[in-house]
Design a protein around this ligand. Structure first.
Ligand SMILES: Cc1cc2nc3c(=O)[nH]c(=O)nc-3n(C[C@H](O)[C@H](O)[C@H](O)COP(=O)(O)O)c2cc1C
Length: 337
């Protein structure tokens, strides 16, 4: 394959040196392996918060990221929900963008060429309203060498029954198994919804059906009401909550899924939800994430991944650790709690 660097390929030096000398003379290795895709460092972008790449490239040297994740791509072009579709809250934001995107064929013709130039692994987020939607997009994108992974956004309602794919373990298992059967080259990432009673059940269903990587979490359903008009601030009434407010919930869910499903299955987790500083990335990794995505915080500071990568690197040096992977799942939970 061309652009995404797999462990078996020879690796050109990444823009940010993945190593740094420790006092002992050993080196710190920032690289991580996501199911065979090598990331020079564990920091990537979260879907929907960074467009298709060029939107951010004036502010952030994208080549320094561990990987880039696109916004959701659907079969047809979608304008999304009517405005207002984004609302700021006291510790984050609510969005009801409604999967606005250029559609599959324009994505391939107009967006992939720019993504291909990045020289870092690119993950394409895929959404749909029926299993056939997901299959159509994945079949088309899987052979494209510049794409390293397909991330299924399963926080979408299935037109057949109105249920969100990611809320029902059986429905999710069926969806992932069908996509898995056709995705041969890309790694398959399943992005879990936190809006469930038991996220370990949906995580297990996704892993058993063949997910290579779990990413988590998508947004939490929320609502904000204008106290003068008495109407919801979002035209869609409800939206997805993201940003610092959801971070402790995300850490808890990652820790749970890591300990009960992913650790034993050997399936890495990409963690996200309210990351704003390098300390958050460390926390997510201690909970069980192998890599960490930055989302909502990019709206405030599009260059934020750089200090996060550098802060993480300095932390590893200070703690005398050999590499980023030494952090994964290392939180010592209190016993008997
Ligand atoms: C404006 C906005 C748009 C988003 N669009 C998508 C999307 O298209 N597909 C998807 O899977 N997740 C989408 N997300 C969810 C994020 O990728 C991420 O899972 C979530 O926001 C939690 O991370 P954060 O708190 O760092 O933003 C979106 C989030 C925001 C704020």
């Amino acid at each position: 394959m061309a652009t995404p660097v797999r462990l078996t390929d020879s690796v050109d030096g990444p823009k940010l040196a993945p190593t740094m000398t420790r006092e002992s003379g050993n080196e710190v290795d920032l690289s991580v392996d996501l199911a065979g895709v090598r990331l020079a460092n564990p920091i990537l972008t979260a879907s929907g918060t960074c467009g298709y790449g060029p939107e951010l490239s004036d502010f952030l040297d994208l080549t320094r990221l561990g990987a880039f994740t696109t916004k959701s791509v659907t079969v047809e072009e979608r304008l999304g929900n009517p405005p207002p579709r984004v609302v700021e809250t006291s510790a984050g934001m609510l969005n009801a963008i409604g999967l606005a995107n250029v559609g599959l064929e324009r994505f391939v013709a107009e967006k992939v060429p720019d993504l291909a130039k990045l020289g870092i692994p690119v993950f394409v987020n895929v959404a749909g309203h029926s299993p056939d939607d997901y299959l159509t997009v994945c079949r088309r994108l899987d052979p494209i060498e510049e794409i390293a992974g397909l991330e299924l956004n399963v926080s979408c309602p299935n037109v057949a029954d109105g249920m969100v794919f990611g809320a029902d373990p059986d429905g999710l298992r069926d969806l992932v198994a069908r996509v898995r059967a056709e995705v041969r080259r890309c790694i398959l990432i399943v992005k879990l919804s936190p809006n469930v009673t038991d996220i370990t059940a949906t995580a297990r269903a996704a892993v058993e059906a063949g997910a290579d990587v779990i990413s988590m979490v998508n947004t939490f359903v929320g609502m904000a009401i204008d106290i003068e008009t008495w109407r919801p601030k979002l035209a869609n009434n409800t939206g997805g909550m993201s940003g610092p407010a959801i971070k402790p919930m995300a850490v808890n869910l990652i820790s749970k899924v890591y300990r009960t499903v992913c650790r034993d299955a050997g399936v890495p987790i990409v963690g996200m939800g309210g990351v704003t500083r390098w300390q958050d990335a460390v926390e997510f990794m201690l909970a069980g994430a192998s890599a960490v995505a930055v989302g909502t915080a990019l709206f405030g500071d599009p260059a934020l991944p750089i200090p996060i990568i550098e802060g993480l690197q300095a932390y590893l040096v200070r703690r005398g650790l050999a590499g980023a992977t030494d952090l994964v799942g290392r939180a010592n939970l209190h016993t008997g709690a």
